[in-house]
Design a protein. Structure first.
Lengths: 122, 242
């Protein structure tokens, strides 16, 4: 757990260093994620030990984000004038996106369905 | 006696109180979620918010102060974002053979998911900071929150928009797949992960391992693509909208 956390923080720090040196307009943790992914794909030593810490953090991601989400209700006066736009964009936008993305995938992957069917019966 | 009580009341203004309240609410939400057999409507994000929203005004702690109390928890969003490399790495291994159509699908899909909500919000007259908070709503929250820091939106708004997107997507997937006659688990999983991130992925696993793996892959790739692209193109979009 601690070794994994160390690796995660190290790559986040690395992302921060690269961004400060280059001025890239990216979030440092995102760049840290890309760097860690590259390290994993290149079989860099120790990186596999990230598994436990990574799994734990991802499993409890809701714990990390709901304290931000309560701000919508507790500071509702900031958002209420845009309530309609928010509800339509979030609820309607999600349903429309899901339909369009599904149709696009049918178009892109549908034809390959037959040949790729690998028949694992479970 | 009087000072004792005052000292006791002052406890609500310590990080200990905020973190205790947050963890207790989350534990309660996990229990409810388990009891409901993981129904998207009872997602821990929604249920855990309720005790916090009720208790904070009662004890006189405002949202800004609560954010400061729980900054230790918020800090962990950084390493949690880096951690997403792990599942992405695992799933890239399993689907290497169909990688090209998947990358193309991710690029188009990420554009659709962000574009539709930006377009709708703009059409309904939302200001720029609100639109900026909606653009990354289909990607997993830690990345979305990080992205919003560079496009100038609201962290609260993006956290809420992402969570509700996940819940709506997970609820709508069943009817939509029936309507469009989708039976391919790869498509079911990929669309859910792309539009509805982690909550969609949990739903995708109900279709099976294969749908779950494709969903996890879509979640990772879509988050990556959006996070890499949005900070560059946002200034340009913002210029178009204003």
């Amino acid at each position: 757990m601690i070794d994994g956390l160390l690796i995660l923080l190290f790559f986040q720090f690395l992302g921060e260093v690269v961004i400060r040196l280059t001025g890239l307009p990216l979030p440092a943790p995102v760049l840290g994620m890309v760097l860690l992914l590259m390290a994993l794909l290149l079989n860099a030593p120790f990186t596999q030990r990230v598994a436990t810490a990574a799994g734990t953090l991802i499993k409890h991601i809701s714990l990390l984000i709901f304290p931000l989400g309560v701000g919508i209700v507790l500071q509702w006066d900031r958002y209420q004038e845009n309530a309609l736009a928010l509800v339509v964009a979030v609820v309607g936008g999600t349903i429309i996106s899901l339909i369009l993305v599904t149709l696009m995938l049918k178009l892109l992957m549908g034809g390959k369905h037959q040949e790729k069917e690998d028949g694992h019966g479970h | 006696m009087d000072t004792d009580l005052q000292g006791l009341a002052g406890l609500v203004h310590t990080p200990l109180f905020g973190i205790l309240l947050t963890l207790a609410s989350y534990q309660f939400a996990l229990w409810v979620y388990g009891k409901s057999n993981s129904l998207p409507l009872f997602h821990p994000f929604l249920v855990a918010s309720i005790p916090v929203i009720v208790v904070l005004p009662m004890v006189g702690v405002d949202y800004e102060e609560y954010r400061e109390q729980t900054s230790l928890i918020a800090f962990l969003l950084g390493p949690a974002t880096v951690a997403l490399a792990w599942p992405l790495y695992r799933q890239l291994h399993t689907v290497r053979s169909v990688l090209t159509p998947i990358v193309i699908a991710t690029l188009i899909g990420a554009f659709i998911a962000a574009g539709i909500s930006v377009g709708l919000a703009w059409w309904l007259g939302a200001p720029e900071d609100v639109i900026a908070s909606l653009a990354p709503k289909s990607i997993t929250t830690p990345i979305a929150v990080e992205v919003v820091k560079s496009t100038g939106g609201s962290e609260s708004l993006v956290a809420g928009a992402v969570a509700i997107t996940g819940i709506v997507g997970a609820l709508a997937a069943g009817p939509i797949y029936r309507l469009l006659k989708v039976k391919d688990d790869r498509i079911r999983g990929f669309a859910l992960g792309l539009v509805a991130h982690a909550i969609g992925t949990a739903r995708a696993f109900e279709y099976g391992e294969k749908a779950g793996a494709f969903s996890g892959l879509a979640l990772g790739l879509c988050g990556l693509v959006t996070a890499l692209a949005l900070p560059w193109i946002w200034p340009w979009i913002a210029g178009l909208l204003s």
